[in-house]
Design a protein around this ligand. Structure first.
Ligand code: SF4
Ligand code: FES
Length: 300
């Protein structure tokens, strides 16, 4: 079964941080001392706001509503929401809260997690109506009850665990690795990249394969063959890298300009909005469309 319905945002102020504070991507472009001072000011304000929200929650419990589904256990095959009341602690994330619920109340509660620092990409959930990383989402920034569901538009295996096979297949279909024909002489010779080219591909290299973008995309929901924003971003990462062989670049462009590739994107920006690594996915997709046109490749 699958949680196909994307619910409306339930937080009053869904992403105050993204509205008030420059993203990592914007930060990387900050150069003047004034911009940096402004950034520090924004960060200070966001920190104070969070501290105030945490003061309010101190000593309280957090009300979690967690999606449950277990196809293998009699009596648990019907999807439902379970309520958990977890004692709040400063700095508590959604992942901390569900770990507490599992450890203290119900050891059968199932979800993936590993690094707890927004690196492994394994704990993308649908929290209060939006795709978020559990370990990067502060409880104090959310309205209660905090509703935690598996990623929409994916098959649910159990509770918060979804089947990621299709997502990984799409990622692998763009051949996400260097395939340089002529390697430089000498085994240990570096393959250097200019600073400018590194800047160009920098954001695209940050993907952690969490699947949040794919889950948020209406096009991917309606077209199972659509490559999806993450796979296209991965193709961009190599297509724009000056160290890649020209022929392979063109081969990769042909993969992304196919019927279910870049031309399916309707620039809705949902992927860009939910990406926890602030990758400008929609922008990258548009750039690959332009590249395909320049190279006179067929478009749909
Ligand atoms: S592009 Fe962003 S949202 Fe999509 S898989 Fe990568 S990190 Fe996750
Ligand atoms: S646990 Fe690794 S990204 Fe959240």
């Amino acid at each position: 079964m699958s949680t196909q319905q994307q619910e409306p945002e339930t937080d009053a102020e869904p992403e105050p941080e993204s509205q008030e504070t420059p993203t990592d991507q914007e930060m990387s472009g900050l150069s003047s001392p004034q911009q940096k001072r402004l950034q520090r000011k924004h960060e200070g304000a966001a920190e104070r706001e969070r501290a105030a929200a945490e003061d309010d929650l101190e000593g309280d419990t957090v009300h979690l509503k967690v999606f449950r589904f277990d196809p293998e256990v009699e009596g648990k095959q019907e999807p439902r929401f379970d309520d958990f009341h977890v004692p709040f602690e400063r700095g508590m994330t959604v992942l901390d809260a569900v770990i507490y619920a599992r450890d203290e109340f119900d050891s059968s509660l199932t979800f993936r997690h590993s690094c707890r620092q927004a690196i492994c990409g394994s704990d993308a959930f649908f929290v209060n109506g939006r795709q978020r990383l559990g370990c990067k989402t502060q409880i104090s920034e959310l309205d209660q009850p905090v509703r935690v569901e598996p990623l929409p538009h994916q098959e649910v295996v159990k509770d918060l665990v979804v089947d990621m096979d299709h997502f990984y297949d799409q990622m692998h279909s763009v051949e996400p690795y260097f395939q340089q024909e002529d390697l430089p002489d000498g085994e240990l010779e570096e393959q250097r990249q200019t600073r400018e080219n590194r800047e160009k591909v920098k954001m695209s290299t940050r993907c952690i394969w969490c699947g949040a973008c794919m889950s948020s995309c209406n096009i991917a929901a309606g077209d199972n063959d659509y490559l999806g924003p993450a796979a296209i971003n991965k193709a961009y990462r190599f297509a724009m890298d000056e160290r890649e062989d020209e022929e392979i670049k063109e081969h990769r462009l042909r993969i992304v300009e196919q019927e279910h590739g870049v031309w399916r994107c309707q620039t809705q920006f949902s992927c860009t909005e939910v990406c926890p690594k602030d990758i400008p996915l929609t922008e990258h997709i548009q750039e690959l469309k332009r590249e395909a046109v320049k190279k006179n490749l067929k478009f749909w």
